[in-house]
Write a protein that binds this ligand. Sequence first.
Ligand code: NAD
Length: 414
Amino acid sequence: MGKSWFEEAQERIQTAGSYLSLEQEVIDVIKEPMRTIEVSIPVKMDNGKTKVFKGFRVQHNNAIGPAKGGIRYYPEETLDDVKALATLMTLKCAVVGVPLGGGKGGIVCNPLEMSQGELEKLSRGYIDKIAPFIGPDKDVPAPDVFTNPQTMAWMMDEYEKIVQKKAPGVITGKPIEVGGSKGRGKATGMGGFFVLKEALKISGRGIQDSVFAVQGFGNVGSSICELLYKNGAKIIAISDIKGGIYNPEGINIEELLKFTKETGFVVDFPGTTPIDNAALLELPVDVLVPAAIQNQITQENADRIKATIILELANGPVTLEADPILTQRNILSVPDILANAGGVAVSYFEMVQNAYGYYWEEDEVNSRLETIMRNAFRAIYDMFKEHPGITMRAAADMVAVKRVAAAIKLRGWV
Ligand code: NAD
């Protein structure tokens, strides 16, 4: 059996720590989650019968700040995956330099088969169980797969009932009406856009003279397409779970957004021809944007990728084996913990606004986000250039591990 996702994450920390010549004790502290919570949540279902759900919350590391990370509702959720995702959150927060640590939560359930009432009871029940361990200064959850701003509103409300005071900063990704931040909904795409601008500068080109292919047209994929299109980019192919569309002259994103609002999927968009997901990845474009799911660029197809930049907006779209092949071929793959960190950066802004009780306009959110993403890209690119032969992912891991290690040592944990 191959390595689990969590074991892979631990291996990345080991590699980064060794490159940085860190003491093994420091590496060992960063490799292990600080606290793993497993709960059972009884929910009285609509049919009157009680069903017991299993839930997890993992606080991976809080040396830099409170644990931070989303909550997934997923039928195949495992503790190992939650531990892996919590570990990656520690790295992601450190990469963008926000004062937060890493955490992640999950509940084993299939929300597509549950009523809104059942989901509300499950969300409140989960908070009842983990309330002693979370809080604006301890651990701050957020939305992830199959959870959304409504889920966050229920969870915040339950937490506030327990602590008997307003505490909007206990959770981010809330609806704006109850303390959410402007710009949070599109923050991941926006952050990716800012990073891309920096990456393109290296090759001496701009958005408007580059050609793109985008995999995935959900929250993240559609927002990056919208931004690229508004800035004059030519996007020649887009796909989703049902298939892809291709037009070598460029796809009109405004029209496509109207079309997908009605049909739900990109296939059959007028003026395009069909293309499958595998062929989309291998198109002769300047920039490839995987914004759907993990394990898309692998050892098997890495040799055939023609893009010069890959912007990893999805989590884990490029496998660890594919990474060195791309690097050897001079393809700049901007790793997920950098490319999609805009979401957590704006979550941090949401916490700041909640603490102040003062809310920013969207322009202010975006301009602060641009500064954070630009600085993060530069720190990682500098690390990449200083260590010939490493991948951009290893460079990002090194920047992150170095920052977490410094906090651990200053605190005297080692
Ligand atoms: P989403 O559910 O809104 O959209 C996912 C898109 O991918 C949909 O268009 C779907 O049809 C498509 N898709 C699913 N399976 C596919 C397949 N096999 N082939 C091609 N397309 C497929 O999800 P999202 O929020 O846009 O997230 C997309 C990715 O970005 C995920 O990997 C997620 O973990 C990552 N991410 C999201 C955020 C965020 O703020 N939403 C933040 C960081 C990372």
